[in-house]
Ligand binder design. Structure first.
Ligand code: HEC
Ligand code: HEC
Ligand code: HEC
Ligand code: HEC
Length: 343
């Protein structure tokens, strides 16, 4: 919950949101608002809450949806791929000369580039399932050996114990702070669940996510400054583009720009090969888009029709809605059947 650092998006803090997020003010997870607690989903070991496991289960709470989803065109997506809308925490991490515990250190971590990335990029995990991820650039100065780029996306745990990938861009020189090792950090994200994303936010020529941040470290710069970047992922790879500061950077005495903002020199280097496109046959997409609009329309009409009916009907309607939202195939027929039964 506390010390939300680099792994911000993968902590309980994102479940609670509000003051536990960086920057503060993130919307809480839908479940949090319903008083559902960590161990309603997370398995626990022998010591209970203090022994919380990473593995989570949805218990019996969404059986109909899980079933509908498992038969749909989107069965290969984690629930989180559609239901997480923004990511907070560090947006850039630079290691360079600075003060650590009051002493000069060549590897001070300049990571207080706090901001928001939205919407999440989605990509396949080790087993081919689409997951939501946070993607952000890292660089480490004062590095000696040469390091070659990774051949493609790398997974820390090949068997899927955790799903975080990464990509090593390689070493670069700018004539200061020795070599700089650049890599792209990619983190699987799991909270907070919110409203489902729109079709268009995923099904476009390329996936696009925007990061906006504010630098808040009291070392390096005299004053906080703002900036941002774009992440583009498609069939020709993933790249971070348009990295820039929006407000001036005033370098503090005794520091160089490349100590805490080396990304200015490498702004077009965080690129990786691979196919990150969401392949869809256009005709098929338009057919389902149309179908899903019709489902929405039918559901809205039905909602008005049952407004004054008893609790049982309301409950059945909620189930119908949940199921038809998660599997377009056969949805219209289910709605027609429901209407018939009403009469
Ligand atoms: C609605 C269900 C749900 C609730 C409630 C929930 N989580 Fe999670 N959480 C998940 C899922 C699903 C994952 C992804 C699990 C995986 O990767 O196998 C996850 C992942 C995590 C991770 C990342 C672990 C890792 O190594 O990737 C942490 C840490 C975590 N949750 C902490 C918490 C804490 C603390 C709370 C309560 C404040 C909480 N969660 C509440 C569903 C939930
Ligand atoms: C203890 C019951 C419970 C558990 C466990 C639980 N949920 Fe939920 N979930 C709810 C309730 C209640 C809602 C509120 C919406 C509703 O009434 O269906 C909800 C809503 C959601 C939403 C919709 C969010 C929105 O704002 O539209 C998603 C997505 C979701 N849950 C996914 C999950 C996933 C994935 C898991 C397992 C990792 C899980 N839930 C575990 C009870 C639960
Ligand atoms: C392809 C995208 C997509 C995937 C994958 C997905 N959902 Fe949804 N979900 C939506 C949309 C769109 C809505 C309707 C908008 C909203 O209320 O969030 C929705 C709504 C919900 C709701 C609220 C239902 C209601 O009646 O208001 C719950 C609960 C939910 N989803 C749970 C899940 C669970 C659990 C999974 C995984 C088994 C899942 N979703 C996977 C897109 C998705
Ligand atoms: C979170 C991103 C996301 C959202 C939101 C989303 N999709 Fe998808 N969709 C995917 C991915 C990824 C696949 C590929 C699944 C696979 O590899 O099995 C896919 C597959 C499909 C396919 C099948 C493609 C084929 O040629 O077989 C269709 C059709 C489709 N989506 C339509 C839609 C429609 C319509 C909506 C809105 C109701 C929607 N999608 C919402 C990510 C998304």
């Amino acid at each position: 919950m506390c010390h939300a650092g680099s792994l911000h998006s993968r902590r309980g803090g994102t479940y609670v949101g509000g003051d536990y997020s960086l920057p503060t003010g993130m919307k809480a997870d839908t479940h949090y608002k319903k008083d559902i607690i960590c161990i309603d989903c997370h398995l626990t070991g022998a010591k209970g809450m203090g022994d919380i496991q990473r593995k989570a289960s949805c218990q019996d709470c969404h059986i109909e949806i899980e079933d509908a989803h498992s038969k749909s065109i989107h069965k290969n997506l984690e629930c989180a791929a559609c239901h997480i809308n923004e990511l907070r925490g560090y947006q850039v991490v630079v290691y360079g000369p600075g003060m650590v515990a009051g002493k000069p250190n060549p590897f001070k971590k300049y990571s207080l580039y706090h901001g928001i990335q939205s919407p999440p990029i989605i990509m396949k995990d080790q087993k081919g399932k689409w997951m939501a991820v946070k993607v952000f650039p890292h660089s480490l100065g004062n590095f000696k050996p040469d390091v070659k780029p990774s051949e493609g996306i790398m997974f820390r745990w090949k068997d899927g114990e955790t799903k975080d990938p990464y990509y090593i861009v390689g070493t670069e020189s700018i004539g200061s702070n020795d070599k700089h090792l650049l890599w792209i950090e990619i983190q699987h994200v799991s909270h907070p669940y919110g409203k489902g994303r729109t079709c268009e936010s995923c099904h476009r020529k390329e996936q696009v996510s925007i990061s906006k941040w504010e630098y808040e470290d009291d070392q390096g710069a005299k004053e906080p400054f703002k900036g941002g970047y774009r992440i583009e992922a498609g069939k020709d790879g993933l790249k971070i583009t348009d990295m820039k500061n929006y407000t001036p950077i005033l370098v503090a005495e005794g520091y160089k720009l490349e100590d805490f903002a080396s990304w200015l020199f490498f702004s077009d280097r965080w690129q990786m090969p691979g196919d990150f496109s969401i392949k869809t046959e256009n005709d098929k997409y338009l057919k389902y888009l149309n179908l899903s609009k019709n489902i929405d329309k039918e559901l809205k009409a039905l909602e008005r029709e049952i407004k004054n009916k008893d609790k049982k009907v309301q409950k059945q309607y909620k189930e119908l809605r949940a199921v038809t939202l998660h599997n377009e195939d056969g949805a219209i027929e289910l709605i027609q059947q429901f209407k018939k039964n009403l009469k």
